[in-house]
Write a protein that binds this ligand. Sequence first.
Ligand SMILES: [Zn+2]
Length: 67
Amino acid sequence: MGLVGALAVVCFICWQRAEGEGEEVFITDLGKKYHREDCVHLQDSRVAILRNQAEAEGYEACGVCQP
Ligand SMILES: [Zn+2]
């Protein structure tokens, strides 16, 4: 039962990523752009956020890391 539940969660995550809406990106405390995890602009701070949520809050894609 527990294993089946875990697999269901994994599949739901896979589905979200395939849809392109549940993808995790990162924002900073001061910036108005969102970034990929390895972007140089994330050295000072990084806050995980979903891409669609970031866009809904007015953040734009970083031109350097092109998330
Ligand atoms: Zn970036």
